[in-house]
Design a protein around this ligand. Sequence first.
Ligand code: FES
Length: 625
Amino acid sequence: MRLPPTGDELLDRTSTGTFLFEGEPVQFLDGDTVGSALFAGGRRVFSRSFKYHRPRGLLCCSGQCPNCLMEVDGVPSVRVCSQPARAGMQVRSQNVIGSLEHDLMGIVDKIGGPFTPVGFYYRTMIWPRRAWPLYERFLRNVAGLGRIDPHAHRTRRFDTEHRRAEVLVIGGGPAGLAAAQAATGAGRQVVLVDEGLARPAPGSDELPFQLLAPARALGIYEGGLVPVDTGGVLIRFRAERIVVATGTIEQPLVFPGNDLVGIMLPAGVRRLVRDWSLKPGERAVVLSADDRGLEAVDDLERAGVEIARVVDLREQTPRQIEARGRRGRLKAVTVDGETVDCDLLVMSGGRQPAYSLLAQAGARIEYDDRRGIFAPTGLPPNVEAAGSVNGGGSASLPSPAYAGSGKCFVCICEDVTEKDVKRAIAEGFDSIELAKRYTTVTMGPCQGRLCHLPSVRLYARETATPEAEIGTTTARPPWAPVSLGLLAGRGHEPARRTANHHRHKELGATMMWTGAWRRVHSYGDPADETRAVHRGVGLIDVSTLGKLLVTGPDAAAFLERLYPNRFSDLRPGRVRYSVLGTDAGRIMDDGTLARLTDEQFYVTTTSTGADVVAEWFEWWNAVWG
Ligand code: FES
């Protein structure tokens, strides 16, 4: 059932379509995602959790959590809350044996707890050793999320493009838009990348800069390289200046039962109500450590949800919070002994700056004790942070974990509980990097968005160590999940042709690729041509070879460190052939080195090796100073 139409909603109620979920037709409106259409149709359980196979429902509705992963048209682990619905789509649940409602593997949650504590696979299933292949097959069958059909036919193509931008803005919120507009006003060529759905905002056609949406910046690499996932095309941007305006991420609270279906973050409620005109529940409790959670009350009232209780965790500091449910669905919440019946709990543990891209670019990340968040400081040159990613606006100091009985999840992606973290610490994994590897906290599909801060704060409490000392785990690209197909997409490199290219073609040459170059393979009979060279004479066009100039008073000494030959005794005007080896002694390239003057060498490389050799020279030049 939809709420009455509003001006905010993303829906076109005059246009409908149908897709299939588990073979059954599901109706959607234009503007729906697969997730919103399923929710409108009454679905509340969207997935089963990774380890315990607990039912999970919509949590964030913004592509940040693992709760709505499904298989769409054969592609596993698609976040259906952000996947626009299309007629004819085939949507299926994943990670279940049976159905989402009745998953046989749910038995692990009921009786498996004592047998599957953190790191159980390092201690159990190791005896007798000969049985390992059986254990391994079993583990491989039950572990992981989603299935890939190794025999499936390719249904789409992926491409790679190379582009440059004077200013690349990542994030299309108010701060990102302001930064893009300011840079455009200053006469710069600007590209703005935003993860959100491309909203039909009035006037968006006339934006004075290029907008890429929905698109995700996957990382920031050396030299201003930013790969952007636009769906079917991976665009490798080289940007002179990068503005990161990725905002903040709403944080969950850690308490027993915090993963039940019906527990949502404020963003989830906001999107259900405002974007898709859906009523998130009937009776709600709101627990919030910041204004964001309290703002959700307006949305709930607008949707006609009864507000049973609101707890502002800045004013009230409960010791116990516990959610109880039936068949995985929320039924009641208890706060310090007082139980309230409800089917919706909106929780907000404050907001953590989404700093990962900045950390990858080289920013320092420091813990701010006062606000209880990690924030970026010391940005590298040509990288800026705009808006709340700087840390402004967050204020979260809830308890690292509230008391109560039942499973209390620190990481819902990997089903890591408070008890698991305590056990890991007791076993000696007391650094956050070691604990990450042992418990796998922060290593699931949310990539630490929802569990990094809570796990660090829990570690701090349990080890009586300040959060600043515990620090962060390393932020590595990709910042968002990316399909392997996209990474392996066809590269559209520019083809390089020699001045003689058309003459070769006229003479009947077959061309081949040599790196980016088009070179002659043969003129018809390679064996004949080989014999002609041996018996007579041959002519080769080597204009495609790489050419580098090495200049400076230490040029000869530099080359002697890289090549096995001596060059200090080579007289100007003379040439010497040599091979270039790696530091492991493997030949990586070859070519000639001509001494032009005492301080200048003209070095040739193979046609394909110029880039690698230039990089190799630059690297060693930097190392040796
Ligand atoms: S509910 Fe879809 S990603 Fe969180």
